[in-house]
Structures are given as C-alpha cells and as structure tokens.
Design a protein around this ligand. Structure first.
Ligand code: B12
Length: 246
C-alpha cells in the first residue's frame, strides 16, 4: 500500500523539518535555509520559523512539499513476538517454571547520566500507568543508576547472578550509544561462557530496534517502551510464557 505525507489536505505531500545552520540570523540565513530545503527535495518550501541561537547560529522550521511516496509493504520493524502478560501472570510463570526470582541488573553505562528512562522501566512507579519491574514479587531488581563502567557492570552482574542485564543509553553524540553497547556486549561475551551469559537488553530513544545482531545484544527497546512489555519479554526469553494456571 502506498501513502504520502499529509499537511493541509489528504495526500498533499506536506512535511515539516527543523535544523540549525552555523550562520547569523540575518536575511542570508533564510535564503540558506531555503537552498538546503530545495536540495532536500522540498518544493515549494517556506521558512515558517527562524530563531537566533546566540550570535552565530540560526534555528529554522521549514514547511514544504515532497513528492516521495511511502510503500508500507517495504517497512521493516521489530514486531512483538511474545504475548503481553499481566503482573499476576508474570509472577505465576516465574514461580511455577523458574522456582526462584528473576534477577535483573540495570544501569546507564559510559558517561550517560540520563536515568529517567531506565528508572521508568525498573522502579515501582513505572510509566504510562504501568508499574516498573520492581513491582513484580518474582523479580529482584538491582538498579545501579548513572555512569556505570562496563567492568563494574560485568562484575555486579556476576555477583548478583543476573539473569538479565538492562542497559540504557540516551546520549547519541558521536554514536556513543552504539560504541558503549558494543563494548558492553563484547565484555559480557568475554566474561561469561555462552550458556551462562545473562540476557543483554539495551534501550533508549534513538536505537534502531533491528540492530540486535550488529550490537551483540538479545533485544533492543526504543522510544515509548513500557515496563509491561519488558517484563513480558523477560519472562518469554528466560522462563517461557505458555499459559499457566494462575
Ligand atoms: C532530563 C534530561 C536531562 C537530565 C537527566 C536527568 C536524569 N536523571 O535522567 C540532565 C539535566 C542531567 C541532562 C543532562 C545532559 N543532557 Co539531557 N536531556 C534530558 C531530556 C530533557 C529528557 C530525557 C528524559 O528523561 N526522557 C524521558 C524518558 C522516560 O524517556 P527515555 O529516556 O527515552 O526512556 C524511554 C525509552 O527510550 C526506553 N528506554 C530508555 N532506556 C531504556 C533501557 C532499557 C533497558 C529499556 C528496556 C528501555 C529503555 O524506555 C523509556 C520509557 O519509555 C532530553 C530531551 C528530550 N526531550 O528527550 C535531553 C537530552 C537527552 N540531553 C541531551 C544532552 C546533550 C545532555 C547533556 C550532554 C547536556 C550538557 N551539555 O551538559 C547532559 C549530559 C549529562 C550526562 N552525562 O549524560 C541531548 C542528547 C543529544 C544527543 N543526540 O545525544 C537531549 C536529547 C537534549 C537535546 N535535544 O539536545 N539531561
């Protein structure tokens, strides 16, 4: 099925983009923004917002028409391939099948101090009306917080006998999230024999959920992830999620 973007009327192809150019906010700046928009295929294009960012930079919002089409049949995404379980079903699965608690170790690694995302997944308060993993009686959660080094994470996972390691990466400058994730997955592969390695899960708003093999992790979760999805995945991957008597 083919679709096109929609701004004012269905199928009109209108899109809005924003960017910053390293030029002062004068007449020439607007012209520079339009030149870039034309090269990006926006025709016609309008600068609808201009804001000086200090003396030497200008931020723009440009609204314009593209002629490109989207083929929905060619879209590739990671579809959820496990059932969504309630906290009660999760606890029952773990109790009946594993007969001990699932141990989860979580952290922001490298220099990243953006803990809100991993806290939303792990802490009781959760996000979007769902409680975090800590809420589940059959999960033991160790949240190491911000700026944890990879060697410290590996060591703590060993000490805690982690079933799963959950890592958050929010800062993407110079692809830090990709480098840190590769370093982390390589360190776990070196430190643990394959059969004993904890499940490696990484998350953050700018990851490509399709990149698991490239980054050496078992699963990637992106923007808008909720704790119920993560808990259900962990049960699916570690314990099995076939229906159990509650
Ligand atoms: C709050 C915030 C901060 C706070 C962080 C406080 C804290 N304790 O977390 C403070 C003020 C400390 C901060 C500092 C900085 N920040 Co900041 N920050 C933000 C901000 C405004 C919100 C991030 C957030 O909390 N989102 C809400 C959470 C719930 O969403 P989330 O992280 O995406 O998490 C969800 C999913 O991604 C997923 N998820 C995330 N992690 C994981 C992990 C697992 C295992 C799973 C399953 C799922 C998962 O589930 C979560 C729930 O749905 C963003 C801008 C924005 N609007 O996003 C900038 C932003 C992330 N920060 C940015 C920057 C640049 C910085 C600084 C470098 C600024 C500076 N020059 O000092 C510093 C860096 C500090 C450091 N060492 O990391 C940039 C990053 C740009 C980039 N491309 O990398 C952003 C995007 C702002 C911007 N537009 O420039 N920041």
């Amino acid at each position: 099925m083919i679709v096109r973007p929609y701004g004012d009327t269905t199928g009109d192809g209108m899109v809005q983009v924003s960017f910053t150019l390293p030029v002062p906010a004068d007449q020439r700046a607007g012209g520079a923004a339009l030149q870039l928009a034309a090269k990006m295929g926006l025709d016609p294009a309008m600068v609808v917002h201009t804001r000086a960012m200090g003396d030497r930079f200008t931020f723009f919002v440009v609204y314009g028409r593209v002629s490109h089409l989207v083929d929905l049949d060619q879209v590739k995404v990671v579809e959820r391939d496990f059932p969504l379980l309630s906290p009660k079903e999760i606890n029952t699965c773990v109790r009946q099948r594993l007969r001990r608690k699932v141990v989860v170790v979580g952290a922001c690694i490298g220099t990243d101090a953006h803990t809100v995302g991993i806290d939303a997944i792990l802490n009781v308060k959760g996000i979007a009306g769902e409680k975090g993993l800590e809420y589940h009686r059959e999960f033991r959660v160790v949240n190491l917080g911000a700026q944890v080094s990879v060697p410290d994470l590996v060591e703590r996972a060993r000490v805690e006998k982690a079933d799963a390691v959950l890592v958050s990466q929010v800062v993407t400058q110079r692809d830090a999230h990709l480098h840190n994730t590769r370093e982390m997955s390589a360190a776990f592969r070196e430190a643990f024999p394959a059969a004993k390695r904890p499940l490696l899960v990484v998350g953050g708003p700018r990851f490509d959920e399709l990149a698991t093999a490239e980054l050496g992790v078992d699963r990637i979760f992106g923007r808008g992830t909720t704790p119920g999805v993560v808990a259900s995945y962990l049960v699916h991957a570690l314990v099995g999620d076939k229906a159990v008597a509650a």
